[in-house]
Design a protein around this ligand. Sequence first.
Ligand code: ZN
Length: 234
Amino acid sequence: MITKETKEKILETALIDEVVGDFVLLKKRGSNLLGLCPFHNEKTPSFTVSPAKGFFKCFGCGKAGDSVTFIMEHEHITFPESLRYLANKYHIEIEETAPTPEILEEQSIRESLFIVSAFAQRFYTEQLWQSESGKAIGLSYFRERGFTDDIINKFQLGYAPDQWTSLGTAALGAGYKMEFLEKTGLIINQDGKQYDRFRGRVLFPIHNVTGRTVGFGARILKADPKSPKFLNSP
Ligand SMILES: [Zn+2]
């Protein structure tokens, strides 16, 4: 666990206007800063940052907090991960004590979810570049839309074959546990029958600030009035 002293040092050092300013364009208004809220859609800025108080508040959606909560909410990461992000940004050395068994258990589940998500990303990317349907349907779709191969590679785009269990079969074959695949939502379990959430879609991995895959957005490529055009993993 990160020590109390390190937490305090991070909170004292992290400047809210700098932390938020990495993600939101802020303009000075009196002693505060104002910008468009990153947590809800708005055209008139109601997102306020107070450097003096070390606090942000949105008068549109009500979201408020300090530097640590801003990073947690914005990047969908945990409290300790947010502290680590800020420590890294401000070059603060982290002091830690041994974690409790409960925390270790929680970390290990979370880590497992990251690991299966990374496998899924590699699987979908491989399908895009190497499978016949991936090349014919997915890759040609991206290229038609004007995506260069560099961009397709950079964002780790992928393709989910139009089959019920392609990811599931590959993941189990590679030794990953169904339990974690289901937890990520990439595999759906309906009354004991397991199938892939994404089928016949191009895949856009969603990365957090540390570059790890935390989820996927997917666009359908066949005409199917019963399926949504865009689908996200939970
Ligand atoms: Zn808001």
